[in-house]
Design a protein around this ligand. Structure first.
Ligand SMILES: [Ca+2]
Ligand SMILES: [Ca+2]
Length: 225
């Protein structure tokens, strides 16, 4: 989370913003080479494919700017990786030099706030090569699947938005399943922005606190000072 309650204050004073759009997390802007930075973790599920089985990716490849399970050169053991915009899962059906193993790539956000949130972004299969079978994108909140999108090969730039309730420490997992355990041409995009939705009572209280400030600002503009 990059903004504190100061952001709430400023958003309330800016007509273009609203109290419903306070940024809590941004997968692209906050991507880093440190596990846990800005409350993001980079990992994967191996079977059984549930949030209880999340494991962190052990390697960061600085040259390629991505997390991976094993990037041994010249060929990695697994395709499983995550970069700023998306990543790649691994399947039992895979390229010749790769180990056949099913890994679902998982970007995990550990919530820094409690209450209702909006989760939005873009998903897609961005490797259009013929023969790919596509992907399945999923979002789990504390183990509950709140979003599923079965993507055809080359189906990209698909926007999504879901609402959820979180506690501090809740896990929001952005998961990509290779589909049919086949990872051919499975490069994907999966971005996420999480915004808090203030409770009506707290929004009303904040508006009451800010109203005199806005009034003084209007007076000050009117007097030309
Ligand atoms: Ca594809
Ligand atoms: Ca696939």
């Amino acid at each position: 989370m990059r903004f504190s309650c100061c952001a709430v204050f400023l958003a309330a004073l800016t007509p273009a913003c609203s109290l419903a759009n306070v940024l809590l997390a941004d997968s692209v802007a906050e991507f880093s080479n440190v596990q846990g930075q800005d409350s993001w973790l980079y990992g994967y599920y191996s079977g059984p494919f549930t949030p209880d089985n999340f494991q962190q990716m052990p390697e960061y490849d600085a040259a390629r700017e991505r997390w991976q399970v094993d990037g041994t050169h010249p060929f990695p053991f697994f395709w499983t990786m995550l970069d700023r915009q998306g990543g790649h899962p691994n399947g039992l059906t895979t390229s010749g030099e790769i180990q056949p193993a099913e890994h679902w790539a998982v970007r995990r956000y550990v919530s820094e706030a409690a209450g209702p949130v909006t989760i939005a972004g873009v998903v897609g299969d961005i490797d259009p090569r013929i023969g790919g079978q596509g992907l399945i994108a999923r979002i789990f909140v504390d183990g509950l699947e709140v979003y599923t999108r079965n993507l055809a090969n080359a189906e990209s730039q698909v926007p999504y938005q879901v609402e959820a309730a979180v506690a501090v420490g809740s896990f929001i997992d952005f998961v990509v399943d290779p589909k049919n355990s086949n990872d051919w041409a499975d490069r994907f995009q999966f971005t996420a922005v999480v915004t808090t939705v203030p409770e009506p009572a707290s929004a009303a209280l904040l508006a009451a606190v800010l109203a005199p400030v806005a009034s003084r600002r209007r007076r000050s503009y009117a007097s030309g000072s």
